[in-house]
Write a protein that binds this ligand. Structure first.
Ligand code: 5GP
Length: 114
């Protein structure tokens, strides 16, 4: 399977602006931000999407949310709040088949989403 764009970023083959990195994930600023803060938290181990996650991925899935909260604190979003989004499949708006958590904040976010 060819590497996803996120795998290439993880492997340092293409650049990205880093917000956080640890053993299990990387967090980068989105190239096309939809809010003043728009960060993607991406597992280093490839999982295509939530629908394809396995029981053995449970710890990594939890780690992604905790890491998103860590990044939110680090970027000053805690006081006013933020949104975490995971797009899954065509109707969900997924465009990169490598699981990622969107962290959005820095402005009020409308609900329901479009
Ligand atoms: P999805 O639509 O799959 O939920 O989200 C993919 C996200 O990845 C989009 O918000 C898009 O702007 C972002 N993205 C796509 N290619 C790149 C890239 O090369 N670098 C960065 N930093 N973000 C990217």
């Amino acid at each position: 399977m060819p590497k996803t764009i996120f795998q290439k970023i993880i492997d340092r083959e293409i650049p990205a602006k880093l917000a956080h990195e640890d053993e299990h994930c990387i967090a980068i600023h989105d190239i096309n931000p939809q809010a003043p803060v728009h960060v993607l938290v991406i597992p280093k181990r490839h999982i295509a999407r939530v629908a394809e996650a396995q029981a053995s991925d449970q710890a990594v899935l939890g780690h992604l949310l905790l890491s998103a909260a860590t990044v939110a604190r680090k970027l000053g979003l805690e006081a006013n709040g933020f949104r975490i989004v995971i797009n899954n499949g065509r109707d969900g708006g997924e465009t990169v088949p490598h699981l990622h958590v969107h962290l959005l904040g820095g402005r009020p976010l409308a609900w329901p989403p479009g």
